[in-house]
Design a binder for this molecule. Structure first.
Ligand code: PXP
Length: 236
C-alpha cells in the first residue's frame, strides 16, 4: 500500500503567524525523502491553509505525484487545468466545516460530477472521487469516468476500538470489493492514525492511503522524517 501525505496542516501552522515557516515545500520534500509516494493538498475555496502559490511551487518542486484535493468549483478547476497535477480528488466542501466532513454525494448528481471531471480527464489528470463507503455511491462513481474512488475512513476511525468498529470496517471492505469489481481503483483516507491504520491491510487491493493530521501531529514530537517512516512501516 502506498502512502500519500497530506501537508495541509503544515500550512495551517504557518498561517497562524502569517509568515513563511514552517515551509510547506520543505515539508513535502522531507515527506518524499522518507517514503511518501505522493503529496496531497487541499486547495480550499477559502484558502484557509494551502494557498495558490504553494500549489504552483509544489508542482514544480516535488519529485513524486501531486494529488490535489478540490471541490466542484470552476476557479479551482481552472487552476488544476493550468498546473496539471498527477491526480485530483474531488471532495465536498462547506465553509463552516473544520475538515472535510462527509463523502461527496455522487449518486444524487452523477451527471454534474461527470461533466465537471470531463475536462480534467481530457487533460490527462487522474480523477478520484472521495465518497463514503456506500454501495450506491460506489456504483454512481463508476458511471462518471473517474478511475479512482477514495473511501472516507472517518466513520471507521471514529468507531475504532468501540463496538461499532467492525461494522464500519466491513463497510469499507465491501465498498472496496464492489468498486474493484466495477473497474475502479481504491484509495482511502481521513482520520487514519498510528493506532487504527493497520486494519487497512485487511482490505484487498487498497492502492494508496492519504494521511495528514496524525502524521503532522506526531512530527511535532518526533520530527517529520520519523513520523512518515513510522506510518510507512505500519502500512507495508
Ligand atoms: N483524504 C481526503 C479526501 C481529505 O479531505 C483529507 C483531509 O484533508 C484526508 C484524506 C486526510 O485526512 P487526515 O488529515 O484526517 O489524515
Amino acid at each position: 500500500m502506498l502512502l500519500g501525505v497530506n501537508i495541509d496542516h503544515v500550512a495551517t501552522l504557518r498561517n497562524a503567524r502569517g509568515g513563511i515557516e514552517p515551509d510547506v515545500i520543505q515539508a513535502a520534500l522531507i515527506c518524499e525523502e522518507n517514503g511518501a509516494t505522493s503529496i496531497t493538498t487541499h486547495l480550499r475555496e477559502d484558502r484557509r491553509h494551502i494557498k495558490d502559490d504553494d500549489v504552483y511551487t509544489l508542482i514544480k518542486t516535488i519529485k513524486t505525484k501531486l494529488n490535489l484535493e478540490m471541490a466542484m468549483a470552476d476557479d479551482i478547476q481552472k487552476i488544476a487545468l493550468k498546473i496539471k497535477p498527477y491526480s485530483i480528488c474531488l471532495v465536498p466542501e462547506k465553509r463552516q466545516e473544520v475538515t472535510t466532513e462527509g463523502g461527496l454525494d455522487v449518486a444524487s448528481q452523477t451527471e454534474k460530477v461527470s461533466e465537471f471531471i470531463r475536462p480534467l480527464l481530457d487533460a490527462g489528470i487522474i480523477v478520484s472521487l472521495f465518497i463514503d463507503p456506500d454501495l450506491n455511491q460506489v456504483q454512481a462513481s463508476a458511471l462518471t469516468g473517474a478511475q479512482f474512488i477514495e473511501m472516507h475512513t472517518g466513520s471507521y476511525s471514529e468507531a475504532f476500538a468501540s463496538n461499532n468498529e467492525q461494522d464500519e470496517f466491513l463497510k469499507l471492505k465491501s465498498a472496496a470489493k464492489y468498486a474493484q469489481s466495477l473497474g475502479l481503483k481504491v484509495n482511502a483516507g481521513h482520520g487514519l492514525n498510528y493506532q487504527n491504520v493497520h486494519r487497512m491491510k485487511e482490505i484487498d487491493g487498497l492502492y494508496e492511503l492519504n494521511i495528514g493530521h496524525s502524521i503532522i501531529s506526531r512530527a511535532v514530537f518526533t520530527g517529520l522524517p520519523e513520523a512518515v517512516r513510522k506510518m510507512n512501516d505500519l502500512i507495508k
